[in-house]
Design a protein around this ligand. Sequence first.
Ligand SMILES: [Zn+2]
Length: 509
Amino acid sequence: MQTAFVNAEVTTLDPARPRARGVLVSDGLVERLLDDRPTGLSRDVDIVDCGTAAIVPGFHDCHVHLTDTGLLGGKHDVRDCRNIVAILKRVSEFTEPQLYAGNFEEDRIAERRPPLRKELDSVAPGRPVLLTRVDGHSCVVNSAALALLGVDKFDGVERDEAGAPTGRLFGPANYAGQSEFLRRLPMEARRKADERAAQIALRGGITTAHNVIVGDAPLERLEEEYRANEALPLRVISKSCSTDVRKVKGLGRRVFGGDIFVDGSIGSRTAAVAHAYCDGPQDRESGNQLGRLYLTREQLFEVYDEAAEAGLSLGVHAIGDRAIEESLAAWEAVIAKRGPLTHLRPSIDHFEIAHPQQIARAARCGILLSMQPAFDYLWGGSGGMYVQRLGADRATIMNLFKTAKRAGCVVCGGSDSPVTPFSALLGIQSLMTHHVAAERLTLDEALRAYTSDAARLSFDEGHRGTLAPGYDADFVVLERSLDAMPVDTIKDTRVLMTVIAGEIKYSVL
Ligand SMILES: [Zn+2]
């Protein structure tokens, strides 16, 4: 079976042939790139006329939470509620026996806080409700959820002056509470959520997603999750965040992690920073003013070392400079013990507050940077959340995309959806429009962060991320070439078709 996609501006990212006018696909692979008037096509080739559109390699999202993306879509995303009354009204409208919703962001709520336990009780008495903060690193629950989750034994349950829980959960109480809440959702609801997330991906031209599975679970449950991911209509790299390396090895994949938490987030003031937050702590339970460190370098060394022994590549979540320092030092210690390990390609995910000397060390060690360009788009700039939390000086030396490229790091793009929209096009635009002009990437660099460079994170660059003969026929048909439109409209580019292994998985043509 051969299909020729013709009449398009093709960007291949293959230095041997950067541009073409079409792609001939055979058995799921690119057979060859085509010229304007393709010759030598056999008569039974299917022709797909792209109508002067543009073709680029399929996008990879290197860090996404598929189930949460599906669960927190539509009405379950309360980000559009501007005050507590609106959030409570939304909560009251749901009828499901156990409500998981959220994506709230205090700074976008008039009262600058989420509704608390008693307020949630007033609209959903006796029915467990959990609302996640947009970053997932804190949440708020009602009394029924609190009783159900049994998080009292964990650190991070915020209390009022009288010692009663306010409903807000941080740190270990938050992670334990959220995973227990999700575990209690019917499997069918989770699988439907995955399917919804997959459709969002295809509509946006995403052909490969690194599904970061937070927390830990028994091997059989992880295997079930991996199998379910494989049945989705896009390529999914399932990544358990268990630190039990022996168990992870049993899953039979080369990569894992992504959210092995070294620290929390800036929004929840739990990212481990070297210098105190400027605007906190208003939340008594969010830790001291330097955020939280969940893994010390000694603990990290153990996980890294075991992974190196097993030949596995892992990604850790490190946002603050203190957490990034621990991660780098731990990996450097493993290298000191075992010799150069660049072939293992570990990643640091997020990597938001990294100093230039830390970036240089990451480059030397061969650590890949799995970054979220839309963080700067959403929270950078003069009025943004970064300035509030960290002050103007620190806010301008974050998410240093260009510095990382110059140092020789591989920068991979991801959305961390539902934290930011599940959109590679928004990511590409954000890489090109960093609030600090010196940190902006070119279109070619930005595109690579979501295609050929991204493919390196799963060791797939030899057969994916580029359009060349013998490569997987994964590509996106866009309404126009990305260099033909103003940079600040790239995120709104229409995806006309998403093709995976030569099969049209999504099309508006
Ligand atoms: Zn993370």
